[in-house]
Design a binder for this molecule. Structure first.
Ligand code: SF4
Length: 280
């Protein structure tokens, strides 16, 4: 079996947002109770085994917001550094998923942790963006206010990290090609380095047909992205990718694995025990 990439759930399930459809909620009961609690042996072995199977990138994700568990994130990055020094196991790309709220609201946190994470090998912060308008973004996140996205991007760049905006397409957020194109334009203006988009999925890991934009609209967005990729865009424009059903093949074939808080290593987000595999 070949593995392309690995996702690792890190930290407690604490989150500073209140999304009505929270993808992390079903995993929270297994999350550690304290920041800094990390299953070191399991993470170390999983990083080692996936590297042997071909993985060269991994992402830190969470059943909550990982920036609220900074000691746990630091420890996982340290384990990766230790593997580099001790066994020459070197992951060339390490990503961190975030809702961006703490990054935009807490400059002290950014000074204390973001740069040190960069020095421990972190390369990109993946910020989920529901709308380029902060007021609308805050509505989906269920918070009173969302920090300016420009500040979020700037603080990520200040720590020599790259920012990828993750757009989760839904009827409540980005529901049409026109909204998608204007969001891409706004994100490029404020300096996002990459943009990635996919339709909202349910707990069963399938596209949520009730909440996602219509299939016709998703196809228009997909075609627009492909046409943009074929154009010779100036290098200042960040690349845009659309993750449709065809890209699910990598998950289904097991090339993208996730280490869940219950210790299961699985190729499906819903972590169905029948489909999941125990950690090697
Ligand atoms: S930001 Fe993520 S973890 Fe937090 S409530 Fe929203 S979906 Fe759940």
């Amino acid at each position: 079996m070949k593995v392309d990439s690995l996702g690792i759930f890190v930290g407690t399930g604490e989150c500073n947002a209140r999304c009505s459809h929270c993808a992390g909620q079903i995993h929270r009961k297994y999350a550690p109770k304290e920041d800094g609690e990390v299953n070191e042996e399991l993470i170390r072995k999983t990083l080692e085994d996936c590297y042997v199977l071909g993985a060269r990138k991994f992402s830190i994700t969470s059943s909550g917001e990982p920036t609220l568990s900074p000691k746990s994130v630091t420890r996982v990055l340290e384990i990766s550094e230790e593997l580099k020094k001790e066994k020459e196991i070197s992951y060339s790309r390490i990503n961190l998923y975030s809702n961006g709220i703490r990054i935009g609201e807490d400059p002290e946190f950014c000074k204390t942790f973001l740069k040190s994470w960069e020095q421990l090998g972190l390369k990109r912060v993946y910020v989920t963006v529901h709308n380029a308008n902060e007021r609308k973004n805050s509505e989906i996140y269920g918070v009173e206010s969302y920090p300016p996205l420009k500040t979020v991007v700037q603080r990520i760049h200040d720590s020599d990290l790259l920012m990828r905006a993750n757009l989760v397409l839904s009827k409540r957020t980005i529901s049409s090609l026109e909204l998608f194109a204007s969001t891409v334009s706004a994100l490029r203006t404020i300096g996002a380095d990459y943009i990635s988009a996919w339709p909202i999925r349910g707990d069963d890991d399938q596209i949520d047909l009730t909440l996602a934009p219509s299939p016709e609209e998703l196809e228009r967005i997909n075609s627009w992205v492909k046409a943009n990729q074929q154009q010779n865009c100036p290098v200042t424009l960040c690349p845009v990718t659309f993750l449709g059903e065809d890209t699910r093949e990598a998950y289904q074939s097991g090339r993208k694995l996730t280490l869940f808080p219950d210790g299961t290593l699985s190729n499906t987000w819903c972590n169905n025990p029948q489909e999941g595999r125990p950690c090697p």
